[in-house]
Design a protein around this ligand. Structure first.
Ligand code: SF4
Ligand code: SF4
Length: 519
């Protein structure tokens, strides 16, 4: 935990007045001067002290530049680029196979991901993928808190995009605040309508891109444009358009604060060594404007580095004042770090008054102790090991799997039949799954009982007299197999048998074992 300072805000106007001689009119801190004269919305500064639900107060996040903003831009471009354009990437899989790199093919009952092809029987890969995803989330959390929330969560990414569009149209925080306080005019209506139109277009394309993962993307685009796509496609586009528009345009931080379970789970999973975006109150307190700090110093009194300009609050997309300590509403996006660094640079003080840090380090600095950053510790090593093990097992299973499967089930009743000539007969249900895209002729071989007769019901035989079982594409066929021996058996004999299916090129396709049971 990173508890914040307790001193009350001296007020943006006081701060602004104190800062005026040192700042240029265009600099970031000076923007607060003008902003301070506009009626401010009340921010829910400390969500923990709020009732379980509070009516939403509109947030006007201010633009900020810096390291974390650039990182967020880069991730926004990468993640949205992947989402919108991945369905158009082609991947040659040979004849009779779709050439879309990533495709969820419901009619063909396949999931394609570049060179990987998953069949419906292989849902355990999905289980493995979910385990890896959960462990990756836990690992991120153990290393640096809500990295997922701040940089990668779709809610964060799309909200960031919607806020950017809003800023282009309505202006930055100050202009937007002013506009919202003015009476409705043609210009204001036009701007508002343009904003919502752009939001809806983004939301519509978001829904449209989702559909493209379920069919051939270029074909679907043509069908959608000519209104020849299946009605269900339009239905899903409408649904996703609505949810994107509502969640990223209107609900924004409400989703993180009220709807998403991850902040609660994350809080239970974290420990004292996990880095979090913290206000270093050991350095920032007591807060004082530049003028007040000079006066305090003249009298030999201490003054912290925080000048209470509230830039960190103005840029926050969730309206949090990080100086008040850990907060459910803080998605740890790092934008307040950029804002404060810009202020520190302008007033000639060291950066990272707000930074990724731990409460342990803050307390250590307060008491003159050593700080420590322990990224590698038991829980991070454990999460990484689980990811490595599960990932390796999945990779091995994928690399060594067969395109056909064989299952053998011995008759339960009777276990054996004695024929009139004294021969002993056992019956088996043999299931052969063919995951190829064309019909395969498998040769069935049974070893383990020399001289036994093998009979299959309803199949041909090759020149060696072995049963040939034809299985259609993507189908499973069951055949009844009768094994008969005329050789004398030990009492209560139970002889292991090996069933094999050979592919057309003479390779062993799959193997299963069972037993031949005697009287
Ligand atoms: S922490 Fe930094 S940005 Fe926030 S009020 Fe203090 S000086 Fe300003
Ligand atoms: S307090 Fe800082 S890190 Fe947290 S959400 Fe606001 S800007 Fe992002």
């Amino acid at each position: 935990m990173c508890p914040g300072g307790s001193s009350a805000s001296a007020g943006a106007i006081t701060t602004a007045t104190a800062m005026r001689p040192e700042q240029s009119p265009s600099d970031t801190a000076a923007d607060a001067i003008t902003t301070a004269n506009i009626a401010e919305p009340d921010f829910p500064d400390h969500f923990d002290d709020e009732p379980l639900y509070a009516a939403r107060k509109k947030i006007y996040p201010q633009h900020v530049s810096g390291t974390f903003r650039r990182l967020k831009w880069a991730l926004l471009v990468i993640t949205l680029g992947i989402y919108y354009f991945l369905p158009f990437i082609r991947w040659d899989r040979g004849p009779n196979a779709p050439n879309q790199a990533v495709l969820i093919d419901f009619p063909g009952r396949r999931f394609y991901f570049f060179f990987i092809e998953i069949w419906p029987q292989e849902v355990y890969y999905l289980t493995g993928l979910l385990i890896v995803a959960a462990m990756a989330l836990f690992l991120m959390n153990a290393v640096a808190g809500r990295l997922w929330c701040g940089y990668l969560c779709p809610q964060t990414v799309w909200t960031d995009l919607f806020i950017t569009v809003e800023r282009w149209i309505e202006g930055d925080r100050r202009e937007h605040l002013l506009r919202d306080q003015q009476p409705w005019s043609v210009e204001r209506v036009a701007r508002t309508a343009s904003k919502h139109f752009c939001w809806l277009m983004i939301a519509w394309w978001t829904g449209g891109a989702w559909i493209l993962y379920f069919g051939d993307a270029p074909t679907l685009v043509k069908e959608l444009a000519t209104f020849k796509a299946p009605p269900v496609a339009y239905g899903f586009i409408g649904l996703l358009t609505f949810t994107t528009y509502a969640l990223a345009g209107w609900m924004r931080e409400q989703v993180c604060v009220y709807m998403c379970p991850w902040p609660r789970i994350q809080a239970a999973l974290t420990d004292e060594y996990a880095l979090n975006v913290c206000y270093r109150h050991d350095r920032g307190e007591p807060r004082a404007s530049l003028k007040k700090a000079a006066t305090l110093h003249e009298h030999g009194l201490p003054a912290g580095d925080c000048i209470d300009c509230r830039q960190c609050v103005y840029v926050c997309p969730t309206g949090v004042d990080i100086r008040n300590g850990p907060n459910l509403g803080c998605i740890q996006c790092g934008l307040c770090i950029d804002a404060c660094d810009a202020v520190m640079a302008k007033i000639g003080r060291a950066p990272r008054l707000i930074a990724y840090d731990t409460d342990l380090n803050i307390r250590a600095r307060q008491h003159g102790g050593q700080t420590s950053y322990r990224i590698v510790r038991t829980r991070t090593a454990l999460y990484a090991a689980i990811i490595a093990v599960v990932g390796s097992v999945m990779a091995y299973a994928l690399a060594t799997r067969h395109a056909q499967a064989l299952t053998v089930i011995h008759d339960r009743n009777p276990l054996f039949v004695r024929l009139s000539d004294g021969a002993i007969r056992n019956g088996y249900a043999v299931h052969i799954a063919n995951k190829h895209r064309d019909t395969q002729n498998f040769v069935l071989q049974i070893t383990g009982l020399a001289g036994a007769d093998v009979e299959t019901i309803g199949s041909d035989r090759n020149s060696e007299g072995e049963p040939i079982i034809a299985v259609g594409p993507d189908q499973t066929r069951q055949v009844r197999v009768i094994v008969t021996t005329r050789q004398p058996l030990e009492p209560d004999a139970s002889i292991p048998l090996t069933f094999s299916i050979m592919t057309a090129n003479g390779q062993i396709g799959a193997v299963a074992t069972d037993r031949f049971v005697g009287p």
